[in-house]
Design a protein around this ligand. Structure first.
Ligand SMILES: Cc1ncc(COP(=O)(O)O)c(C=O)c1O
Length: 394
């Protein structure tokens, strides 16, 4: 069967391939001394809190299962607007908030609404692989710009300015980032946006991990800069609802009708049950629970990153958000007699029954040196992982 050029240009999501191999090995070693520990998974180990589960249950029983408007339930858009006011002290009117099937659908809508064939979008290397594939699926070109630890693995205004070419249409950033957990400093982000605006371009920023920020110096939304920023967000990470497939984006007023038309045609609406359930995310009791969990994620970071550093798996920048550690495995790989992050990840899987993610998916610049650990696992499992790493690397 002849595939479209578009489909052929989408690379495999290697994280998933590694996860499949880890699952297969987990079945083999189940019941043994060292069952597999999964630090490769990019989703919270928590589930939706009780009020959200009850709200979903009530919605199902009340038969609230018809389509909603394409832009989402007005009540949910209002709640999200209230969340921006309370948490970030900014006014984001509900009319600019579009409810989507996860950040993934929001990114697709943004790319399809704004990118024409051949348009170039600048992104940092490393970055979340699907983001560049959304650009590719819209027939654009993702241009990955290598970043350094000194830059917190993020783009700077100077780099955006230098890389801007005749076909550049904008930037797609993520702050905090997957796989590094690092954010762009607010002043730098403002400068980037100024460079982009001066060129008449687009600033799209994936803020899916913004709720999971641990450092007040970084945990501000780019929406505070001005109304032209397009911000992507989700109920997946802070709100612990990955499989519910619910997210949102905030767009400039002028973009709402085009996004609405696309959403009507491509998705009709996001899951109605999930939308009704998500209303309960903003109840004070749920927010209190989410905040308790955020602090648990922070405690895990504070334990795990220094432990990795001590083991020679150097994390050059302390993550200020999300639940990832981007670690240089050069020295550790040498100790195991392997070369590169791909072989190192497989060696850990086989010799320590520890599943992690090699850098490969996230770009090309230095991804053979780096691996991603996810700390979205219990403290006990993180301690077990450190003990196993010490055993084979010590
Ligand atoms: C940076 C980033 N953006 C987007 C997504 C997609 O999230 P969602 O579940 O909301 O579609 C992920 C998922 O891991 C992510 O890490």
């Amino acid at each position: 069967m002849k595939l479209s050029t578009r489909a052929q240009r989408i690379e495999p999501f290697y994280v998933m391939e590694v996860a499949k191999a880890a699952q297969a090995l987990a079945r083999e070693v189940a019941g043994g001394h060292d069952p597999m520990v999964f630090l490769n998974i990019g989703e919270p180990d928590f589930t939706a809190p009780p009020l959200v589960q009850e709200a979903a249950d009530r919605a199902i029983r009340a038969g609230l299962s018809q389509y909603t408007p394409a832009l989402g339930l007005d009540a949910l858009r209002e709640h999200i607007s209230g969340w921006y006011a309370e948490r970030f002290g900014i006014d984001v009117p509900a009319r600019r908030i579009v409810i989507t099937a996860g950040a993934s659908a929001a990114l697709q809508l943004a790319c399809l609404a704004l990118i024409d064939a051949g348009d170039e979008i600048l992104m940092p290397d490393p970055s979340y692989p699907c983001n560049r594939h959304f650009v590719t699926a819209a027939q654009g070109e993702a241009v990955l710009i290598p970043t350094t630890a000194e830059e917190r693995f993020q783009l700077s205004a100077a780099k955006v300015d230098a890389a801007w070419g005749a076909r550049t249409r904008g930037v797609l950033l993520a702050s905090p980032s997957n796989p590094t957990g690092t954010s762009i400093a607010p002043a730098e982000l403002r400068r980037i946006h100024e460079v982009v605006q001066a060129r008449g371009g687009l600033t799209i920023i994936d803020e899916i991990y913004l709720g999971l920020s641990y450092d007040a110096a970084y945990g501000q939304t780019a929406l505070a800069i001005d109304d032209h920023v397009i911000s992507i967000n989700s109920f997946s990470k802070y709100f612990n609802m990955t499989g519910w497939r619910l997210g949102w984006m905030v767009v400039p007023d002028a973009l709402v009708p085009a996004v609405e038309r696309l959403a009507q045609n491509l998705f009709i609406c996001a899951s109605t049950i999930a939308q009704h359930a998500a209303l309960a995310c903003f109840a004070p009791e749920s927010i209190a629970e989410y905040e308790r969990r955020r602090l648990e994620f922070k405690a895990r970071r504070d334990y795990f990153i220094p432990a990795l550093n001590q083991l020679g798996l150097t994390v050059p920048v302390m993550p200020d958000g999300a639940f990832y550690a981007w670690a240089d495995c050069t020295q550790a790989a040498e100790k195991l007699g392997v070369q590169g992050s791909w072989d190192f990840a497989y060696a850990l899987m086989q010799r320590a029954h520890l599943a992690i993610t090699p850098g490969r998916d996230f770009g090309t610049a230095e991804t053979a040196r780096y691996v991603r650990f996810s700390t979205a696992n219990s403290m006990a499992q993180l301690q077990e992982s450190v003990a196993r790493l010490a055993r084979i690397l010590g």
